[in-house]
Design a protein around this ligand. Structure first.
Ligand SMILES: Cc1cc2nc3c(=O)[nH]c(=O)nc-3n(C[C@H](O)[C@H](O)[C@H](O)COP(=O)(O)OP(=O)(O)OC[C@H]3O[C@@H](n4cnc5c(N)ncnc54)[C@H](O)[C@@H]3O)c2cc1C
Length: 405
């Protein structure tokens, strides 16, 4: 695909910079972080220095002042090398920071966004609960107003950066009788679980943030993929959250989080596409080099047709992702196109990584080649930020509404 249809010179410069960084500094350590399930703090510091943790935010707020396309390209390029690094950028930026940028007061933006955009501390987004997954409106965490503060009680699960992060936007019920209109959102702060490491590296912690008593992270999840990304429970035990930390009006939390997820889907689509492309490139290289029956296995139609299918679907996925990003950047409605891009690319990542492992034969099943990691990393793309089934529901709702209109 000719990238120049969607990318300007600045986008291409960002792409090349991220590509160089990912190949030089992420690729050599990705497998080790995956094996040990360790958070890549050194690279997170470098990503902060390079401006990759605040790509689309204004420079006055400490961001890089680039456009949305640059941000999507950043995730896409990073995912071609390592999905855990890519989700760190995506969860921090779209989920952790964008609700404050888009729905926060001027004071909240000035207070929190520079710390997040510069990568000084990491952010996260707490929506999912034990009984509120796909049905995110099933939130049981409560926020009861007590004068100048709210008292939060409950928990969230599977929260990206739940341990390493310090600033979180979370939902809680403020009016149990008002349905989704009774869900509000709040900004909460706690200390990173890696305080010693954060102090040593000068990233991941800021002394000016006041940890809120009663707000802590729970156990770290031991995951199939995205193993270098930190996923944990968040626990709220009588947390006193000042009224000035309510994000937006009371009762707007659910609606605002749904808007955040719409935009987030383009990022997960780009991440998925990056994995699909990485698997394809490894498959082509291996198919050309591997000899069986006296010839390269790429000469067998059974293999070359698989490569053709992979390339064809990648081309389709690139159009979906860049088109959805272009729509978002140009203020067009993105609900349907973002869900389509996310659905197609996440399932494509799964299909392509399975094919890449198959083309590698027994070697593909070992840690000697990265394709098994790509396959494990692809699976969550069909689950996080709305499962494939939920994307189909969202798309169907749009189709039926268009028909009715
Ligand atoms: C690594 C990881 C990182 C995550 N990061 C975050 C984060 O940072 N913040 C956050 O808030 N959450 C996060 N999540 C949670 C994630 O968004 C949820 O896991 C996801 O939305 C699915 O919810 P669930 O796990 O409760 O599954 P469930 O909703 O219980 O779904 C189980 C199955 O039922 C299907 N299903 C459910 N409802 C329907 C329906 N109406 N029609 C058809 N099928 C249906 C689902 O598609 C799925 O196949 C993360 C999860 C993981 C694993």
């Amino acid at each position: 695909m000719d990238d120049s249809i969607y990318l300007n010179e600045q986008n291409i410069a960002v792409r090349d910079m991220v590509r160089d960084f990912a190949r030089a500094e992420v690729a050599p350590v990705a497998a080790a972080h995956d094996a040990d399930a360790t958070f890549p703090w050194e690279n997170v510091r470098r990503m902060g220095e390079l401006g990759l943790l605040g790509v689309p935010w204004d420079e006055e707020l400490g961001g890089s002042g680039l456009d949305l396309m640059s941000y999507i390209i950043t995730i896409h390029e990073m995912a071609k090398v390592d999905a855990s690094h890519a989700i760190t950028i995506s969860a921090h930026t779209t989920l952790g920071t964008s609700p404050i940028v888009h729905f926060g007061s001027e004071e909240q933006k000035q207070r929190y966004v520079p710390l997040l955009a510069s990568g000084k501390v990491l952010g996260g987004f707490g929506l999912t609960e034990p009984s509120a997954g796909s049905d995110a409106a099933g939130t049981r965490t409560t926020a009861i107003r007590r004068g100048d503060h709210y008292l939060l009680n409950g928990s969230k699960i599977f929260i990206t950066h739940g341990g390493v992060g310090e600033i979180f936007v979370v939902t809680a019920v403020t009016d149990a009788d008002a349905g989704t209109g009774g869900i509000s959102s709040f900004i909460l702060t706690k200390e990173t679980t890696d305080l010693a490491r954060a102090r040593e590296l000068g990233i991941g912690h800021d002394d000016s943030l006041t940890p809120m008593p009663g707000f802590r992270s729970g156990k770290k999840e031991d995951k199939l993929g995205w193993r270098a990304s930190d996923t944990r429970e968040l626990i709220f035990d009588n947390v006193e959250v000042p009224v000035e930390n309510r994000l937006g009006e009371e009762g707007r939390g659910f609606a605002n989080f749904m808007k955040t997820l719409d935009a987030g889907r383009i990022g997960i689509a780009a991440l998925s596409l990056g994995i699909a492309e990485a698997a394809y490139e490894e498959a082509v290289r291996y198919a050309v080099e591997r000899k069986q029956f006296g010839r390269s296995i790429a000469d067998f139609q059974g293999i070359s047709f698989q490569l053709s299918d992979m390339a064809t679907e990648i081309e389709a996925g690139r159009h979906l992702v860049f088109h959805a990003a272009w729509m978002a950047q140009n203020g067009q409605p993105i609900g349907k196109v973002a869900a389509i891009a996310k659905l197609f690319c996440s399932e494509l990542a799964m299909r392509n990584t399975i094919k890449a492992v198959q083309i590698h034969g027994g070697y593909g099943y070992t840690k000697d080649y990265p394709v098994e990691r790509f396959m494990r990393d692809a699976k969550i793309c069909e689950i996080g930020e709305g499962t494939s089934e939920i994307q189909r529901l969202v798309i169907a709702r749009h189709i039926l509404k268009e028909f009715a209109d």
